[in-house]
Design a protein around this ligand. Structure first.
Ligand code: PLP
Length: 488
């Protein structure tokens, strides 16, 4: 066949690449026409696609047509300006072209030698970002520490937990595994629990300490201290504390300094998860939420959430990289090379779970270069301004309340229960969520705080403007009016 698609051909790549970029640009132009939350039923795609792969090649146009007709209806549009659910996952022109270049080069940079630029650019870019966040110098690559890009915050907490576990076991003996205890608030992301499961930490030794509205859902240092003392009394070994800047449910900020001091005085590893809110801390006015990071052993933020860097790009810094390497390194014959043997280089395979790794630093580097710090700060500030605006809209409608103080760009709110009937209030808010999301014109998510069903409105999609926030609020109000009328 004349026009057969070759495995790789520069001219075909040009042709298909241009067509695909046009397709994606058109998608962004028309993104508001799609229902934000996909409205398909489970299993919808089985009926639309054949049972097995084709024997003969299909045409590119045919595939694009199928994407339009069959795939896009099953997509939830995270980049839609009407997306306010969970936390954002930003795409940007810079992030996109960086991702494109990474796909184009398609290297697998496990060791320095496997693509020196991949390792070196990652070190440099994470030093840049560390400086933007005003992280202490110990986290920079010039000393004993350094940064690494993980796929997700879940992998970040897993690798530091493994490093901390092995570090303490070297000290107390490996038979002590069942005595190791991990601490965090019950607002901590479930990825910590998963990491404990993988690391062999006994589930009953995972202390998820209750955080209440009295601390705005932040972990209380007194409670932590008491729990650690009790554990020590019965011969347990506290070894890991995870604090969060910007919890998943409500953006609670744990008091890093007080917590960190407790961790340090007990010889524990102190990890800070700032997966979402870390991005805001590049603005001087929000940096104080990270105060106390000086005493942390590791710090993580997801550039792929709210920092214009396409998924996936989770930045992790450690003060002592040797702890990671001791826990995760292997040195098989087939990977040996002069630079690694001479200890002249960083081999990121020893800082992560998989061996293979993508050239992710390209997209982060492009984001930092093509936008620059000032634009990134404006970007964050604008979303926070829009969240404040939404908060003000709620305040003007006595049927609603803001449930926790807004700190960043997430507003936690609810429709007030009628006649103080809390369980009916929970049902009402659940119904409101479903009613709004089923319109397809806005997508919000929920959480439960102190037994109350809460709605979450997270501003952070790159295309969101005030008019989108206003439109979402109008839908919320209209649906609330109908629901309240029905429940009379
Ligand atoms: N930590 C926090 C505070 C989060 O909000 C999230 C996800 O929203 C995570 C961790 C997990 O993120 P990831 O999907 O990168 O593992």
């Amino acid at each position: 066949m004349e026009n057969r698609l070759k495995p790789m051909d520069a001219e075909q790549l040009r042709e298909y690449g241009h067509k695909m970029v046009d397709f994606i640009a058109d998608y962004y132009k028309t993104i508001e026409n799609f229902p934000v939350l996909s409205q398909v039923e489970p299993g919808y795609l089985r009926n639309l696609l054949p049972d097995s792969a084709p024997n003969q090649p299909d045409s590119f146009q045919h595939v694009l047509d199928d994407i339009q007709a069959k795939i896009l209806p099953g997509v939830t549009h995270w980049q839609s300006p009407n997306y306010f659910a969970y936390y954002p996952s930003n795409s940007s022109v810079a992030g996109f072209v960086g991702e494109m270049l990474s796909a184009g080069l398609n290297i697998v940079g496990f060791s320095w030698i496997a693509s020196p630029a991949a390792t070196e650019l990652e070190m440099i870019v994470l030093d840049w970002l560390a400086k933007m966040l005003k992280l202490p110098e110990d986290f920079l690559s010039a000393g004993q520490g350094g940064g690494v890009i993980q796929g997700t915050a879940s992998e970040a907490v897993l690798v530091v937990l493994l490093a901390a576990r092995d570090k303490v076991l070297r000290r107390v003996g490996k038979d002590a595994l069942e005595k190791l205890v991990v601490y965090a608030s019950d607002q901590t992301h479930s990825s910590l629990q998963k990491a404990c499961q993988i690391a062999g930490i006994h589930p009953e030794n995972c202390r998820l300490l209750k955080a209440t509205s009295s601390t705005n859902y932040a972990l209380s240092p007194e409670f932590l201290s008491e729990t650690i003392s009790q554990d020590l009394t019965i011969g347990f070994i506290p070894f890991f504390l995870c604090a969060t800047v910007g919890t998943t449910s409500s953006t609670a900020v744990d008091p890093l300094l007080s917590l960190g001091k407790i961790a340090k005085s007990n010889g524990m590893w102190f990890h800070v998860d700032a997966a979402y809110a870390g991005s805001a801390c590049v603005c001087p006015e929000f940096r104080h939420y990270m105060d106390g990071v000086e005493v942390a052993d590791s710090f993580n933020m997801n550039a792929h959430k709210w920092f214009l860097t396409n998924f996936d790009c989770s930045a992790l810094w450690v003060k002592d990289r040797s702890a990671l390497v001791q826990a995760l390194s292997t040195n098989p014959e087939y990977l040996k090379n002069k630079a690694s043997q001479a200890n002249m280089v960083v081999d990121y395979k020893d800082w992560q779970v998989p061996l293979g790794r993508r050239f992710r630093s390209l997209k982060l580097w492009m984001v930092l270069r093509l936008y620059g710090l000032e634009n990134l700060q404006c970007y964050i500030r604008n979303h926070i301004k829009l969240a404040k605006h939404f908060e003000n809209l709620i305040a003007q409608d006595p049927r609603f309340e803001v449930v926790t103080p807004r700190i960043f760009s997430l507003v936690c709110f609810r429709l007030l229960p009628v006649r103080n009937n809390e369980s009916h209030g929970n049902k009402l808010n659940h119904q409101l969520l479903d009613a709004v999301n089923s319109t397809g014109s806005a997508f919000i998510s929920h959480t439960v705080l102190s037994g109350k069903y809460i709605l979450r409105f997270a501003v952070g999609a790159p295309l969101t403007e005030e008019k989108h926030v206003n439109a979402a609020w109008k839908v919320l109000q209209d649906k609330a009016t109908s629901l309240l009328a029905e429940s009379l």
